[in-house]
Design a protein around this ligand. Structure first.
Ligand SMILES: [Zn+2]
Length: 493
């Protein structure tokens, strides 16, 4: 009930800007460059003996038959039902269907730290390379059917990519194209406009709303007045704004009317020593997270504030796990998609992080990471809307699509049940986007955006990695073929 009323409020107040193309375009016929990846063409399809995890957090349905009617889910029939005549029957024995992932921090670029030295420094300027060729294929191959780009370094490219995917000319998920980073002086990379005043912030938001972005992202060095002006202008265009903040604390951003905060509780600076109003701290939130243990008065107050104001949080555990010494290395299947240079860059920075094992810096971050896991659980228990995304940045150890699966696994390590983690990665994102009536769960009448894996992720979450086929608008895409098509290329383009 709580979620439904939340979704209804969003649908009423934020119907989308007139200038932007909808996140879910009408289904398109796969064109010649998409066709090679189609495994099961759209039609009347009955997948039998299938386990279904519906995305609502409910227990799985065993031995069901899933009917797909063109671009829509026709029905979920209980065990023992015979598939209707005229349906193409596919045996799903041993397999599980899940809603397509709704990735809420899914960039279309990749960060390999250029010129990294032994101390972890690198030379300026930092330019972030775009992965328009490989990233959409990897996302779709790994079960992501809808994603928000959550900050762009090439906004025109991202808008063009969306147009081409929506027309059936290129393969990839449904895109919520986010604006370039709204950022003031002190930006980490050089590819964005530098905002200098509240009016400048308002103008940048108005411009990108007119260009057709679906959402906005504020970054680390804005003043409260600039962030407030940006939020106001985004809402005037009926679009939402999220932020990876630093200069503005979480409570300040809530007061300004922000819709969503990125990176769980990692980048809140409210208790950082020496925090000056409107200024980012060098520590960028770690001291606050160390003080804010789950269940502490500070944590309770912040979580109540976020829940009361319906501010959603995006969990991006894979990127933070990369800073925990001796974290799990990339799997061979992920190393295979990297260019040789990206592999080298990743291994270099992984060694650098692992060399901090047992040092105060390493131990401190490990503790901060643990606090965040507890706070994310507390936020959900208090009724907060938690969403999921991988954030393929950091030290290069988070790869599109694979990282979305890793996020679910890390949510389970954090203490969520597998079906709760899957809900966070599917229906919760759809709810935030105001699209929960069409995507985010498996139910009759919804869009046929779902994926099928070998095994049972409700019992063993790692089985989300065993993707067989990904349906988007009722077209089944071959996961392995998509991944093969970018082998050795991710990191280049
Ligand atoms: Zn990010």
């Amino acid at each position: 009930m709580k979620l439904r009323s939340f979704a209804a409020i969003i649908a009423l107040t934020l119907g989308g800007s007139a200038a932007s193309a909808p996140v879910l375009a009408p289904p398109a016929t796969p064109g010649p460059d998409v066709q090679p990846f189609v495994h099961i063409p759209a039609g009347r399809i009955a997948i039998t003996h299938l386990r279904i995890i519906d995305g609502t957090g409910a227990a799985p349905v065993e031995d069901a038959t899933l009917l797909i009617d063109g671009a829509k889910i026709g029905a979920v029939l209980p065990a023992g039902s015979a598939p209707p005549a005229s349906y193409r029957v596919i045996d799903g024995t041993g397999e599980t269907a899940m809603p397509g992932l709704v990735g809420m921090h899914n960039h279309l670029y990749y960060l390999q730290r250029p010129n990294l030295d032994a101390a972890g420094h690198f030379e300026q300027p930092v330019i972030i390379p775009q992965m328009t060729f490989s990233a959409p294929r990897l996302y779709l191959a790994n079960g992501v059917t809808t994603m928000r780009t959550t900050g762009s370094v090439e906004p025109y490219t991202d808008l063009s990519l969306k147009r081409e995917i929506d027309a059936g000319h290129l393969v990839g998920p449904h895109l919520d194209v986010t604006s370039p980073y709204l950022e003031g002086p002190g930006a980490f990379f050089i590819q964005n406009h530098q905002i200098t005043s509240p009016d400048d912030a308002r103008k940048e938001v108005a411009f990108w709303a007119d260009m057709g972005v679906n959402s906005f992202k504020a970054y680390m060095h804005l003043t409260r007045a600039e962030l407030g002006a940006a939020i106001k202008e985004a809402h005037r265009h009926k679009l939402k704004l999220t932020g990876h903040l630093c200069s503005v604390t979480y409570p300040e951003a809530v007061a300004l009317g922000i819709d969503n905060l990125e990176h769980g509780f990692f980048v809140n600076t409210q208790l950082d020593p020496g925090k000056q109003p409107d200024k980012c701290t060098d520590t960028a939130g770690t001291p606050t997270l160390l003080k804010m243990t789950p269940g502490s008065p500070e944590a309770n107050a912040l979580i109540k504030l976020l829940v009361d104001h319906h501010v959603a949080l995006t969990s991006t555990l894979p990127v933070f796990a990369q800073s925990v010494p001796l974290h799990e290395p990339l799997q061979p299947r992920q190393m295979d998609v990297l260019t040789p240079q990206a592999k080298e860059g990743y291994l270099f920075s992984r060694n650098l992080v692992s060399s901090r094992a047992g040092t105060p810096r390493g131990d401190q971050f490990t503790q901060a990471y643990k606090n965040d896991l507890g706070l994310e659980r507390q936020f959900v228990a208090a009724g907060g809307l938690l969403m999921a995304g991988p954030d393929p940045t950091g030290n290069g150890g988070v790869i599109p699509g694979f990282g979305d699966q890793r996020e679910l696994e890390l949510l389970v390590e954090a203490g969520f049940t597998p079906v709760e983690a899957i809900r966070i990665g599917t229906l919760n994102g759809a709810t935030y986007l105001g699209l929960a009536d069409r995507i985010g769960s498996i139910a009759a009448g919804k869009n046929a955006d779902l994926f099928i894996v070998n095994g049972n992720p409700a019992a063993k979450i790692d089985d989300v990695e065993n993707v067989v086929v990904v349906f988007k608008d009722g077209v089944g895409y071959d996961s392995a073929r998509l991944i093969r098509s970018v082998k050795g290329r991710f990191g280049e383009y």
